[in-house]
Design a protein around this ligand. Structure first.
Ligand code: 48H
Length: 278
């Protein structure tokens, strides 16, 4: 006999509302200053958040959309499977994504499981993810990026004239995918100052999985003082090819950006924190 479900607890709608508003606000205010602000919760941003938070950094990820996962949910052409190559397998093993070996050196995963595990790993490691929030500008002090300027995504969708708010971070990561939005902001507002050959975005090239997956890791680096690029945005900034639905490079790039930032630190130390609920 299964136990009867007891739904008799009295419930107060206002207590529910108060809990949501107070808990969200507490976390949001606490996130106004941190070690790393990551713009974009696609695979590259979330795995970067996982490694940085696991190492004790205070990490905040801002995602424009309601759902995290970026371009991963749809696999290739909405066939919801993702391909990974051998080099990225240890990361999948570490966070616990199940995969099927497919010939020599290829692995297939369920894209829904992959996104869910990436999100869960980043959050459980201590990253905070705020969805429905867009980075629309950056904080620049002197000649260095010092944080992000944020607004509710709904504000731009509704074309409301509402001023944004700012969040300070020692390092910012542009993990916004094909559009490399943060890098574009730098060029638009400061000029041709990116650490590329032209100082501008060099633009993503046509699809070539083998080269794209190699260059994406090489192109993961600091692109302006205080600003790093990871994931698809790296090839958009440095002129590498797109690679279609093979996602290993996104994880390797996210891991690399975390390692680069961990190698810098804030005068050798960051804000160490272990985040627990409550
Ligand atoms: C807040 C923002 C903003 C903003 C964008 O596109 P993504 O999945 O990016 P990656 O680099 O983690 O992964 C790329 C991969 O999904 C892909 O597209 C591949 C492999 N393509 C190959 C090919 O040939 O097409 O995620 C970026 C995220 C998205 O969720 C955006 O909504 C979000 O960033 N975002 N969030 N503020 N200004 N701009």
């Amino acid at each position: 006999m299964s136990k009867r479900v007891d739904a008799s607890q009295p419930l107060d709608d206002v207590i529910i509302s108060r809990a949501i508003i107070q808990e969200f606000t507490k976390d949001f205010v606490d996130s106004l200053e941190g070690d790393v602000a990551i713009v974009g919760a696609g695979p590259a941003g979330m795995i970067a958040g996982y490694y940085l938070a696991r190492a004790g950094k205070k990490v905040v990820i801002y995602e424009r959309k309601l759902a995290v996962g970026g371009g991963m949910w749809g696999g290739g052409m909405m066939y919801n499977r993702c391909i990974f190559q051998e080099a990225s397998k240890p990361i999948l093993d570490e966070i616990g994504v199940r995969m099927k070996k497919w010939g020599k050196g290829y692995y297939v995963t369920d894209s829904l499981e992959t996104v869910s595990v990436l999100c869960s790993s980043a959050v459980k490691a201590g990253s905070r993810i705020f969805n429905c929030i867009s980075a629309e500008d950056v904080m620049i002090r002197g000649e260095r990026v010092m944080g992000v300027v944020l607004n509710w995504s709904a504000v731009s969708v509704a074309r409301l004239h509402v001023d944004p708010l700012s969040a300070r971070a020692e390092y910012v990561v542009d993990a916004t995918g094909h559009d490399a939005e943060v890098a574009k902001i730098i060029v638009r507002k400061i000029g041709k100052k990116l650490f590329t050959e032209t100082g501008e975005l060099m633009g993503e090239k046509s699809m070539w999985a083998e080269v794209g997956e190699k260059t994406i890791v090489e192109n993961t680096k600091e692109i302006y003082p205080g600003l790093y690029v990871a994931g698809m945005a790296s090839n958009a900034v440095f002129g590498g090819p797109r690679m279609g639905p093979i996602f290993g490079g996104m994880l390797l790039s996210g891991k690399k950006v975390a390692e680069l930032i961990l190698g810098r630190g804030r005068g050798g130390e960051g804000v160490r924190r272990g985040r627990a609920m409550g």
